[in-house]
Every structure is written in structure tokens, then in C-alpha cells.
Design a protein around this ligand. Structure first.
Ligand code: SF4
Length: 921
């Protein structure tokens, strides 16, 4: 017997499912849900007698257990990584294709992951009979090679899988169906009923499986539907219509509609618009804090996060005294964690060293500093000390390439060498195991602040290293392949957050919310590309081929997403939808089509011209705490102060404390590169490369030369040793552009260089000044830093700082002169520091002037900012007439003598790398 239960969204599905379990008069019930959360909710509603007679499963788990239990010869289930190697070996059997895909394991490996998921889908949908060797000229060569061999490749894949008795997710469904078809009786399912729920899209194989199960026992298939025709013109419930058609094609069924006669009440929907993620999450946290402190029942209030990367910013923004329990059913992507960033940097460094680009252990200072900056993640004191010493060494030798000697930096040297020499899976596994063992033994007092990192390390060890253990230990790999494996596996790792039991505020992703209904619903990130997710062009196989084969198309996936979203919204009482508008990292934020549709519906339903959209101002600069200081817990002085460190202290001593004393890396930058201007950074790097010392700029720099350097980077010229080549961010930015984008980019560069030259040559001083030094590391007492450029013009010294961001804070000359007179009267307190901050904005250029003047004597000093991010090639000048050393000395004195740490929150907190963990905003 097959019964389809269509439950109107006014009903609570959990109540309905719990009642079904109580009412079904069978010895045993097998309850299967597409997602885990409803199982927990149902378990909470039924008594122990019914819990004992019910077996709860997630669908995939049920299929896996069934196959393992009923197979005469149970297959081995491949792990993803085993499967990628398996597909790699399969591809290698066809050398022509293998060469088209790159001809080496490093190049072929990323295709293995794509082929693995394609074959998995083919297995699950059992569409192998529709496969062909397709001729499709519009694909890139590797994809064309694969689709031209698709049928043969899949046939060989099946043969090998059978020979070795292997299986994987999709194939498990096919195997389950084979078992159901081949066995006559299943005594285990006598006097049993099946309940399946929240499965709205089903494959042909799944329909067949359901048919067979319903012949063995009663099968109740339960889904939410809109049975009261809520006047929705967006076809939000088409997914259920499609489901009915699919089922009716194959099996006969009874339909049971569950609804009452009350008229439905539409939810109150509130729309909020923001400029960035930080303000969005801050406002969400504020609404929850102000209005949702009494959340108890699990179906009362939920935050549904279509983008899991918003989870961390949300949690960080919720004040510590937020009362309700928080129950989280989702994970944070591992690839966004500090650990992933550190390991990626380490792999890239080793690969570059191995390539011979910098000879053995001659490492660019910049790259090395990036790794040293993560030293706080290590607990191992030897390695930590090595990293600190390396950093000091970089500053003391003042060179751009640093030699790491074995005797001096043994721990770091060995670490790098071990990675470079990886030759087997065993090497990779033991190196990573060793490296992480140096990390996760934090002393308890540190654990609280580092809990997220510690958790990430533990999950990484558990998931990644366990996965590696499934491969033959002696399998040959190298460091390049290790990095690819690391990246591929890392993409699938989520760091789960522990929640309290089923009470309080529920936080979950949209798929986990299937089958659940909440009175109050918050959905942030309502933007195109997130919900629905990007209309990704599959690089392996075009949509048209997917349709011919019979695999689910993007449209079908969108229909399902639409159902999941509108079902949630229509079943709530009060809904808050948050979206961003304006410019994001690399593209414009576009409001989700679902928001547009709901706005249109609101306007039509209420006959109003415009629906109200709230645009809250970010209140980041409103302190959440009354007291804005705390006693300094330790000495906060540094051995030496860079201009950046002094600027950091002046902008906010608490930020300085987190960064330089607690050494917490600016871990997860939500809107990373928010202010960075890549074009500006590239212009900066090229200037450094091409301008020559002892000449005026006009004699060594030409736009033509500069553009040639960029072309050589693009051509991956291995003889080029520019700063861009050493900066993967910049290099990849240039390499990843399409031809058209690259042409546009060069036009922009040309424009900026020409502006630079025009501004430069219009300036009497700069036109004739002689370049004396560039990228000059200077140390003076406790001060040290790298000055971008120093020029001389007669008796005058020009100290030049290249600025690539948009956030220039030039000090006022008048203010500096006034301050240098009265700084002696300033006390070590908050008020005086704040007034210095307000007057000066930044002390970077002042510090460079102090540094330069210690090395080069002149009658007059002039600080100059070159602003590359300004299209008109701005230059901001700043003459120093009086002594400025006193100002710098005051800040150092403040750091060393203060007994309090003073946070100085203001509107710039929105850009602060620590705002997610800051207690004061
Ligand atoms: S968010 Fe503001 S107050 Fe907090 S550390 Fe950053 S700058 Fe300081």
C-alpha cells in the first residue's frame, strides 16, 4: 500500500508525523527523512514505547544499511578520496584522453572529482542507457575529451567497480533496487510500516525503490503542500506537482490531504536592506537581542542561513548575555578558517621552493611573514620561537629574500623540508598529523578565545587524516598533488557547531529546515547567487547534455529551492528577510528574485504602491558596553614598533592588543578585500620593479615597460622575479582573467600609469628628484619599518608611501605642528590618546619620516602619499617643519606605560578585522 499524505502548510508536520507513529498499528515502524532535524523533533514528541518500536534513518543511511545487510557479498563503500584515485587510474587507461586532461596527476586530479560526481548522479538516476559519446564542439578541450568518451568511460568505470565489488552513494541506490528485485521475501519487514518524509525531488530509481517497499509493507509518503491555494502566482509548489506526476507514472497510490477549513492567514513579512554582511549580521543580532529573549519552544524562532559563512559573524555579534539556548544544525566551511589559510600558505611556499624559483630555502620575506603571522596557532614553543625569530631576522637583515638555515631555524626548516619531500600518502598523512600535533595542545586559559580554531583543528584531523588513512600508505604522491588533495577534501569539510538540546533559538541551513515550521523566521543573505545559488555553468557537462541523458537540470533544482523557501515563509507568522544591495567583493549584490516576488505580492495584496523596506544604519560604532577600558593583563610593549603597529594602537589599543599581544590572526575576513584595490597593488609592485635607484623616475619608468612586465606575468615567464609573481593573490588575479577582461585591465593600468606620470611630472619637486632608495628597511631605536621610496631634491628629502586602499587618513599639517608643540603635556590616558587619534588620523607617514630622517640628513623633509586607487592619480603632500619625533615617542610611551587597555570604537569598526570577536561594539 502506498499512501501520499499532502499536509497543508498551516499544519505542523512534526505533530502530524508524531501522531502517525502513535496511530499506526504495526509491530515496527521505519521512519526515513531526507534530513536529520525533523527526526530529533519527532523523537521529542513521542513516548519511549513508540521510540522503541521505531527505527529512525536519514535516507542515505537507510540505503547504505539495507545494501550492507541484505547483500550476499556486501560491497566496499569508497571514500571520496579513494574514488578520485580510482577514477584517475581509470582515465590513465586512455592515454590520449589523459593527455588532453593535462597529462599529469596534478592536472588530471581536479577532473576526477567532477567525473566522480557525474557518474554518481548517473548511477543514482540509472540513466546509463541514455549515455552516448557526445560531440560537443563548444566545450573547453578537457571537457570535450570527456564527453566524447563518456559512454566508454562510464562502461569501464562500471566494470572496474563490479570487478572490485566497490560502491558509492548513487550506486548504492541501484544496488538496493537490484536486491529488492531479486529477493522474494524480506522477513525483517513483516508487519512493518514505512514513513518517508521531506523527499520532494525523487529520482527514477527512488520511485522504483518506493514501489517495491510499498509491495512489502505499508508506505506513507508525507510532504508539505499548499492545499489552500494561497494565491501565489510564482509556482512555488510546482515541486509537489512534479512529485505527484513522477509517482503516478510508476505506482498506484491513495492520496490523503491533511487540512482544516480555516482560512489561512498570511505571514507578516519585513524586508531589510544593508550594504554589507557585517551590518546585516549586527542588525540581526540586535533584533534577536532586543525582541527574542524568551524563546523556548523549538518551533518558535529560527534563523535560516542560506549561506553558511554568515554563521560565524552572527554568533560573534550575539552578545554573551543573550538568554535563550542556541541550537545550531549546520557547519562552518573549513576553507574559511585560519587553519586552512595557514596550511594553504605552507603548501604554496613548499611548492614554490621545490620549483626552484627561489633555490632551496631561500624564501621571499613577504611570504614568510604571512606564515610567521600565524604563529599564535601553534602551541609548540620551539616552532613558535622559530617563527618569532624568523620574523625578527627578516627585519634585521632587511632583505626581500631570506635564507632559512637548518642550524638556526631547525624546527621550521625541518617542517618545510618534510613537506617538500612528500613522496607517499604516508608522508603527507604523518606530516599533517605532526604539524597539527604542534597546534592543538592549548593551555586552558587560551582555549576560550581559541575555541573555534581548536575545534577546526580537531575536525580537520578527524575528517582529513581519517580519509587519507583509507588510501594505500605507499601510494606515490608529491607535494603538488598533496596540495590538490588537501584543497579538494577541504572543500567538503564543515566545522560543526555544538548546540544545546532542542530548545531556544534554532539556527540551520535551508535544507536542514525541510519539514519544519517556525512562528518567527529570520532569513539573511537573500541575494541572487546565494538563494537561489548561482546558475553555475558546469565546466564538465553542459545543461543540454544533462537534459538528453535525463539528469536533473538547473531548472529542476531551482524549482526545489523555490519550494523550500516559499514553504518556510508561508508557514510562518512573522518573517524577516534581509538582503544586501550595492557593491560586494567583486560584484554587485542583487536582491534575490524570491524577495522581488514577495515584494510584488505584498504590493498587489495590500494594494499599495511601494512596500516598506527598512534600511537600518550600522550601529557598529555604538558601544555595547558602558566601560571602555580594562586593566592590562600583561606587558603590551613590543621589542620593536612598525608604523603599522603604532597606527593600530592609535586607532584602537584593544585592536593592537588582540593583534600584537594575543597574536590572534585576523582570521575570517567576511568581506575580504573590502577596501583593497588590486589594481593599485599591481601598480605599486610594478613601480617597485621598474623604477631605478640613483636616477629620476622619468629615466627608468615608462608605461610601455610597465605593461610588458604585466604581459610577462600573464605568460608565466619563469625568469621574471617581480613582487607580483611572489604574491599569489595578485598573480592569480592576473592569470584568472579572460582575454577580454585582461585587455580591459591593461587599458585601466595604462590609464593609471599615465595619470601617475602626469601627476608626477606636473610636480616641480618630483619631476627632478633623484630616487635614493626603494623598499628600504630602516631601524631606529625601537622603531622599524620598510619605507616605499626615498627621493632627494637638493637639500630636501621626499619620503614616499604608496597607498593602494581607499582609506587614506592624511594628517593635517597644521594639527601636526600644533601637536608637536604641546605633546609634552599629554598624559597616559584615554582622552589624550583619543584626541591625538582625532587630530592625526594616522601616524604612518610621520613614522616613515622619523625613520628616514635617522638615516638621511636633510634640511627639510616632506612626506608624500601616492594614491593609486584614485583614478586621477592623486598625490598628497605633507611637509614637516617641526620635530615630529615627540609624537611618535608619546605613542610608544603610552603603550609601555599605560595600565589600562582602551578600546576606541568608532565608525571604522565596521572594517576592523576583529569586529567579529570584539566585546566593545
Ligand atoms: S571593532 Fe572597533 S573597538 Fe573593537 S577592536 Fe576593532 S577597532 Fe577596536
Amino acid at each position: 500500500m502506498f499512501e501520499l499524505h499532502l499536509v497543508d502548510i498551516d499544519y505542523d508536520l512534526i505533530d502530524h508525523l508524531s501522531s502517525m507513529i502513535k496511530d499506526i498499528k504495526k509491530d515496527k515502524i521505519i521512519f526515513i527523512s531526507a534530513n536529520r532535524r525533523p527526526i530529533r523533533f519527532v523523537e521529542q514528541k513521542i513516548d519511549s514505547h513508540h521510540i522503541l518500536k521505531t527505527d529512525f534513518y536519514i535516507l542515505d543511511e537507510f540505503v547504505k544499511d539495507f545494501v550492507q545487510y541484505f547483500s550476499d557479498n556486501p560491497p566496499t563503500i569508497q571514500s571520496p578520496i579513494e574514488r578520485y584515485f580510482f577514477i584517475h587510474d581509470l582515465l590513465k587507461e586512455n592515454l590520449e584522453l589523459y593527455n588532453k586532461l593535462g597529462g599529469s596527476i596534478q592536472k588530471v586530479f581536479p577532473w576526477c572529482k567532477r567525473i566522480s560526481s557525474l557518474f554518481d548522479e548517473i548511477d543514482k538516476h540509472r540513466v546509463e542507457n541514455r549515455l552516448q559519446n557526445f560531440q560537443y564542439t563548444e566545450l573547453v578541450e578537457p571537457s570535450r575529451g570527456i564527453v566524447e568518451n563518456l559512454k566508454n568511460l562510464y562502461r569501464r568505470y562500471k566494470e572496474r567497480m563490479e570487478e572490485k565489488n566497490l560502491t558509492y552513494t548513487g550506486d548504492l541506490y541501484a544496488q538496493m533496487l537490484n536486491i529488492l528485485n531479486s529477493k522474494k521475501t524480506f522477513p525483517d519487514y513483516e508487519n512493518t510500516a514505512f514513513i518517508l518524509t521531506n523527499l520532494v525531488y525523487i529520482s527514477v530509481t527512488e520511485v522504483e525503490i518506493l514501489k517495491k517497499l510499498s509491495e512489502l509493507s505499508d508506505l506513507h509518503f508525507v510532504v508539505y503542500d499548499d492545499l489552500k491555494n494561497r494565491g501565489d502566482m510564482f509556482e512555488s509548489f510546482t515541486a509537489v506537482e512534479n512529485l505527484k506526476k513522477r509517482l503516478q507514472k510508476t505506482l498506484s497510490m491513495k492520496i490523503n490531504e491533511v487540512l482544516d477549513s480555516k482560512t489561512f492567514k498570511k505571514p507578516e513579512i519585513n524586508f531589510y536592506s544593508f550594504n554589507d554582511t557585517i551590518s546585516e549580521m549586527d542588525h540581526l543580532a540586535n533584533i534577536l537581542y532586543d525582541g527574542y529573549q524568551n524563546v523556548e519552544a523549538p518551533n518558535d524562532t529560527a534563523v535560516i542561513l542560506p549561506d553558511e559563512t554568515s554563521l560565524y559573524p552572527l554568533l560573534i555579534n550575539l552578545p554573551l548575555d543573550y538568554k535563550p539556548n542556541i541550537n545550531i544544525t549546520m557547519g562552518y566551511p573549513f576553507i574559511k578558517t585560519t587553519l586552512y589559510i595557514l596550511l594553504s600558505n605552507l603548501f604554496e611556499l613548499c611548492i614554490d621552493i621545490k620549483k626552484g624559483l627561489y633555490d632551496t630555502l631561500k624564501i621571499p620575506a613577504e611570504k614568510l611573514i604571512t606564515i610567521c603571522d600565524y604563529s599564535s596557532i601553534f602551541y609548540d614553543q620551539d616552532l613558535k620561537k622559530n617563527l618569532k625569530d624568523i620574523k625578527s631576522h627578516i627585519y634585521s637583515v632587511q632583505r626581500s629574500i631570506i635564507e632559512i638555515e637548518k642550524e638556526r631555524f631547525t624546527h621550521f626548516y625541518n617542517l618545510i623540508m618534510n613537506f617538500i619531500e612528500i613522496s607517499t600518502i604516508h608522508d603527507l598523512s604523518s606530516n599533517l598529523e605532526y604539524l597539527t600535533s604542534l597546534m592543538h595542545r592549548y593551555p586552558p586559559e587560551k582555549l576560550k578565545e581559541q575555541i573555534f580554531t581548536v575545534n577546526a583543528i580537531n575536525i580537520f584531523v578527524e575528517k582529513f587524516l581519517e580519509t587519507l588513512k583509507k588510501l594505500p600508505n605507499d601510494k606515490e604522491i608529491n607535494v603538488e598533488l598533496s596540495y590538490i588533495i588537501f584543497k579538494e577534501i577541504s572543500k567538503d569539510i564543515l566545522i560543526p557547531f555544538e548546540g544545546s538540546p532542542l530548545r531556544g533559538l534554532q539556527i540551520m541551513g535551508i535544507l536542514e529546515a525541510r519539514g519544519l515550521k517556525f512562528k518567527h523566521l529570520f532569513i539573511p543573505d537573500m541575494n541572487e547567487g546565494v538563494i537561489p545559488s548561482v546558475d553555475k555553468v558546469d565546466p564538465l557537462i553542459p545543461e543540454s547534455i544533462k537534459r538528453i541523458i535525463g539528469l536533473p537540470s538547473y531548472e529542476e533544482k531551482e524549482i526545489l529551492m523555490r519550494y523550500n523557501f516559499f514553504r518556510l515563509v508561508y508557514s510562518a507568522k512573522k518573517v524577516y528577510l534581509f538582503f544586501k544591495t550595492g557593491m560586494g567583493d567583486n560584484s554587485k549584490f542583487i536582491r534575490s528574485r524570491y524577495v522581488d516576488q514577495l515584494i510584488l505580492k505584498e504590493e498587489l495584496d495590500d494594494n499599495q504602491e511601494f512596500v516598506n523596506i527598512y534600511k537600518p544604519q550600522s550601529n557598529f560604532f555604538t558601544p555595547k558596553h558602558e566601560t571602555l577600558s580594562f586593566p592590562k593583563p600583561c606587558d603590551i610593549s613590543l621589542k620593536s614598533y612598525s608604523p603599522t603597529a603604532l597606527d593600530c594602537y592609535l586607532s584602537c589599543p584593544y585592536k593592537y592588543y588582540l593583534r600584537y599581544i594575543k597574536q590572534i590572526p585576523p582570521s575570517i575576513n567576511i568581506d575580504s578585500d573590502f577596501k583593497a584595490d588590486k589594481v593599485g597593488s599591481i601598480v605599486h609592485a610594478i613601480l617597485e620593479e621598474t623604477i631605478e635607484v640613483d636616477k629620476p623616475v622619468k629615466d627608468s619608468f615608462s608605461v610601455e615597460n610597465a605593461l610588458t612586465v604585466i604581459d610577462r606575468v600573464r605568460e608565466q615567464d619563469s625568469h621574471l622575479t617581480t613582487k607580483i609573481n611572489n604574491d599569489d593573490n595578485l598573480k592569480n588575479y592576473i592569470l584568472d582573467m579572460s582575454e577580454l577582461e585582461y585587455e580591459m585591465f591593461k587599458k585601466i593600468l595604462e590609464y593609471r600609469f599615465n595619470n601617475f606620470l602626469r601627476t608626477h611630472f606636473n610636480d616641480e619637486n618630483l619631476k627632478n628628484s633623484i630616487v635614493m632608495a626603494k623598499e628600504k628597511m630602516i631601524k631606529k631605536g625601537k622603531l622599524e619599518g620598510v619605507v616605499d621610496r626615498i627621493d632627494r631634491l637638493g637639500d630636501k628629502l621626499l619620503i614616499i608611501d604608496y597607498k593602494t586602499g581607499n582609506s587614506l587618513k592624511p594628517p593635517s599639517k597644521r594639527k601636526v605642528n600644533q601637536l608637536s608643540d604641546k605633546i609634552g603635556d599629554f598624559g597616559i590616558n584615554r582622552e589624550d590618546l583619543l584626541s591625538l587619534k582625532e587630530d592625526l588620523k594616522s601616524v604612518q607617514l610621520l613614522t616613515y619620516i622619523v625613520l628616514a630622517s635617522s638615516k638621511y640628513k636633510a634640511d627639510e623633509y616632506e612626506g608624500i602619499y601616492y594614491l593609486f586607487s584614485k583614478n586621477n592619480g592623486n598625490i598628497v603632500k605633507f611637509k614637516v617643519e617641526n620635530e615630529v619625533e615627540n609624537i611618535i615617542a608619546y605613542i610608544i610611551n603610552h603603550i609601555e606605560k599605560t595600565d589600562q587597555i582602551y578600546p576606541l570604537p568608532d565608525k571604522d569598526c565596521v572594517y576592523c578585522e576583529y569586529n567579529k570577536m570584539c566585546r566593545f561594539v
